[in-house]
Ligand binder design. Structure first.
Ligand code: NI
Length: 173
């Protein structure tokens, strides 16, 4: 299965709200499978469709991507229906290279979605799973964890990225 290129900040696809999936098709299942492979390869514990250039409400998550007995879960049109508590977790993102930062999130969430057979499903998560679900669902709204940190920290990261992009351009023959 092909590994898909992961878009990075400030790619505009990452900051646009995604479209609702109208129908679960073979094409969507293939995209979910490719996204799962891409997530394992990275490695990461979650990946959202916009990160690979598709503005669709589809995410994949697996909290044990490096272990035997992987259990990937694909969520189509996911939405948070319950949320409570709060926790602070140091987040990173495959689309935000070389940066992590503490982010405040709900400590427990319940998410309703559709599975890859088109059936309704529910996922409840606490701790890391709750963080992962909120982070991935944010992607579907065009929101990165950078949008949830202090403006000063965000500005510093943006400055660093722009400098890096300039440098990369200069280094190209
Ligand atoms: Ni992310």
């Amino acid at each position: 299965m092909p590994i898909l290129p992961i878009l990075t900040f400030p790619d505009p696809v990452l900051s646009r709200p995604c479209r609702q999936v109208r129908e679960v098709t073979d094409e969507l299942r293939r995209l979910a499978a490719d996204m799962t492979e891409t997530m394992y390869q990275a490695p990461g514990i979650g990946l959202a469709a916009p990160q690979v250039g598709h503005d669709l409400r589809l995410v994949v998550v697996d909290l044990s991507p490096r272990e035997e007995g992987r259990e990937p879960v694909a969520l189509v049109n996911p939405r948070i229906v319950e949320a409570e508590g709060s926790l602070i977790f140091e987040e990173g993102c495959l689309s935000v290279p070389e940066f992590t930062c503490d982010v405040s999130r709900f400590s427990r969430v319940k998410v309703e979605a559709t599975d890859l057979e088109g059936r309704p499903m529910t996922v409840e998560g606490e701790g890391v799973l709750a963080v992962c679900l909120q982070h991935e669902l944010d992607h579907l709204e065009g929101r990165l964890f950078l949008d949830r940190i202090s403006p000063l920290k965000r500005a510093l990261y943006k400055k660093r990225r722009l400098k890096q992009a300039k440098q990369d351009k200069q280094d190209k023959p």
